[in-house]
Design a protein around this ligand. Sequence first.
Ligand code: MN
Ligand code: MN
Length: 475
Amino acid sequence: MVDESKGKKLQEALTHKWKNVWETLDNSEMEKVFAINEEYKNFLDKGKTERESAREIIRMASEKGYISIDEIRNKRIKPTAGMKINANNKNKAVALFVLGKEKLEKGMHIVGSHLDAPRIDLKHFPLYEDSELALLKTHYYGGIKKYQWVTLPLALHGVVIKEDGEKIDIVIGEDENDPVFFITDLLPHLAKEQMEKKMNEGIVGEGLNVLIGSIPYNDSEISEKVKLNVLKILNEKYGIKEEDFTTAEFEIVPAGKSKDVGIDRSMVGGYGQDDRVCAFTSLKAILDVEVPNKTAVALFVDKEEIGSVGNTSMKSKFFENTVSELIDLTEENYSEILVKRALANSWVLSADTLGAFDPNYPEVLDKRNSPFIGNGITIVKYTGVKGKSGSNDANSEYLSKIRKIFNDNNVVWQMGELGKVDQGGGGTIAYILANYGMEVVDCGIPLLSVHAPFEIASKADVYMTYRGYNAFYKA
Ligand code: MN
Ligand code: MN
């Protein structure tokens, strides 16, 4: 019985306060936090596009003994508990599996993140010359604030497939000795009209043209000499010509590496942390799993930022088909009902970022229900807009299971929602997996300045999220 005469004791017994992760760490854990974040920054620097991240995930998994599902099928290897399997979806999305002691039809423990990030794509016919400058036309991808992308050093990442079928990966702007690219903005002296516009009209989509060159080709007989000189350089370096842009996928991203932020080095700043922070932490978590009870799955999908459409997105049949393949490999007799059970009996953490409480913008956030950076892995019961529209609203029974897993494993966690009611909102891949009947809850990391060219995460949250996902796999 609580002694009700002692208010302080009663308060301790009955009220709840979220913890700051840093205050819970001893020295050895503190070292682990900083060590894992060195790996995290490296992961961010190696993967600035969905293709690059997918490649890095498969590379890291192969080092830990993951083999491709195609190889298992072709060599007729009999899957057993603890077997580590990867499935590659068109080099843009990946699924990693560690087979559990229990049969697949009992369900899996899935952590699902996305590898695509907001950026600026090149159009299919991008290169042009205007006023003796060579520029590239672009079409932005995902939810960007366009004014954030001007006057920054930019890099070009992409893939070109030439007419003869040769595939070339191109990255310009990341090496210290590389040139970078640039989108101009108006000087303040002449920006009177621009500055009076609304922020979303000050810089427009068709104005995001990337500066790529200014030396004319030396021949007085021809026109568009600067453009020709750019084509000449590209041809010498990569053997490509203008028509090759039509079959290329080029992405313009902020140039440069991720950095420590703060005098105490407590935060990571970098591009594309939505959602590579959840990709990295779930990857690290599954790479530590040996023989789980339930089959552990780390899903890394593409196209979340544009509504999870297309054949590399969560809405594609890729994951479902891969589970069918696994049932076919692990069962004597394949039956579709086993696939349906495997999916319906699964538990999911939909691993994504959300906006952290930002003291610069308290007016759009409910301080009592907003997540804070440094307060740990964040459970998000519902997302959506207005009256939770479009949300996977997780149920009490499932939430209580996740709470127990985290509490039993000393995982520092918090709950959060995205902004004040009716302030805006958003969604994740949660509702798509929920369609199979899986138990799903959003569970990830709060960031500052989500979708900006440089986003901020707390190193303590990166560590605690890795711990949280790991505990979920082992449960
Ligand atoms: Mn996201
Ligand atoms: Mn996003």
